[in-house]
Design a protein around this ligand. Structure first.
Ligand code: COI
Length: 366
């Protein structure tokens, strides 16, 4: 049993160290998985129980399981970083635990307490810490991406909240999310598809939001763009987010502006951390509505000097251009994105233990 109360059933077939090391040299994103997964079960009558870490492998689900029909599902994304002394840490897990509870409430799933959420990460890392890559140099972003998720597993075709639920954490070694690393990405502006509407599930991290973004993502790919920007569903005017990442705009007077949170925007942990870090970087953070016209005009006039996307997977990635049906929006001057790069290295230095953690944002996992 682990200190966080998880029973451990180790795999009889661990990945050979040479194979694991080859994977860790070039893991890509989300393609390989570690040897174990954490699991906790919930039933209406017994509550949360049966904490375990068991071999990674396929799930047995009844074909009538509610998640397969009505998408009652939520997830999180959080990374484990190896520090120079070999220890393994994660970044603000209590923020992910809090968002996971918020998502659970919206999807009528049971809430998982912070102790079990963070305990599940620790329990999994106690078994699979060898799967956390060691970055070869400072600029390298390699980490172990952790994916906690919760599914409605009751077999019942009526539409009501499931009385049986399973929570898992799987782990996948990860390099930079975008193939080009910090090279600016091109983004497609979806003029037809909407990601979220007021009163809907936009603020929750649920599979349905991502499913709804895929047709727009396909449209983006056909325009050689790697992500989609979504506008609000009511006025088709206000910038919301990229579906899997939040957006920031840097102004020449030192303001950094991000769309204010509404129930149609996911509250990113990286987004919140950038807002908190901004002042010590000499920047003035602003959360407010920002329109597509402001982006277009600010880019043309030189008022906006940088645009960047941020998220756990993406960290901080500059946006080079926004491709729209009416042509491209590019920044007037190419200044090399110094603010995005500086914030990115401040964040990575903290996450990889190269900078003092003055705010207590890091939690040791192994
Ligand atoms: C994350 O950043 O953790 C996400 O879940 C976004 C997804 C694009 C991988």
């Amino acid at each position: 049993m682990t200190p966080s109360g998880f029973d451990v059933r180790p795999t009889a077939h661990p990945t050979a160290p040479q194979i694991r090391d080859t994977i860790l040299e070039s893991p890509g994103f989300g393609q390989y998985f570690s040897d174990h997964m954490a699991h906790v079960r919930w039933t209406e009558s017994a509550g949360w129980h049966g904490k375990e870490v068991r071999p990674y492998g396929p799930l047995t689900l009844d074909p009538a399981a509610a998640v397969l029909h009505y998408a009652q599902e939520i997830f999180e994304g959080i990374k484990a970083y190896r520090h120079a002394d070999g220890s393994v840490w994660t970044f603000r897990p209590e923020k992910n635990a809090e968002r996971f509870r918020r998502s659970a409430r919206r999807l009528a799933l049971p809430e998982l307490d912070d102790e079990t959420f963070i305990g599940s990460l620790k329990a999994l890392l106690e078994q699979d810490s060898d799967w956390v890559p060691t970055p070869a140099h400072e600029g390298e972003e390699s980490s172990l991406y952790l994916r906690p998720f919760m599914i409605a597993s009751e077999s019942f075709l009526g539409v009501r909240p499931s009385k049986e639920v399973d929570y898992y954490v799987i782990a996948s070694p990860a390099a930079a999310y975008f193939k080009g690393g910090v090279a600016p990405v091109s983004i497609w502006l979806s003029s037809h598809y909407k990601r979220a509407a007021p009163g809907g599930t936009g603020f929750a991290k649920c599979g349905g939001n991502y499913a709804a973004s895929l047709a727009a993502q396909k449209e983006a790919a056909s325009h050689d763009c790697s992500q989609v920007a979504f506008l609000d569903a009511i006025e088709n005017k206000w910038i919301e987010e990229l579906g899997g990442m939040n957006l920031f705009f840097v102004y020449k007077d030192g303001r950094i502006v991000t769309p204010r949170l509404t129930d149609t925007i996911l509250e990113g942990v990286t987004r919140g951390s950038i807002l908190e870090m901004a002042a010590e970087e000499g920047l003035t953070p602003e959360e407010r509505a920002i329109s597509i016209d402001e982006w277009r005009e600010g880019a043309a006039s030189g008022e906006i000097t940088e645009v960047f996307a941020c998220g756990t997977a993406a960290v901080i990635t500059p946006v080079g251009e926004l491709v729209t049906e009416d042509g491209s929006i590019r920044l007037a001057g190419d200044n090399g994105n110094p603010i995005a790069k500086r914030l990115r290295s401040q964040l990575l230095d903290l996450q990889y233990g190269r900078r003092e953690d003055t705010r207590g944002w890091m939690t040791r996992l192994a």
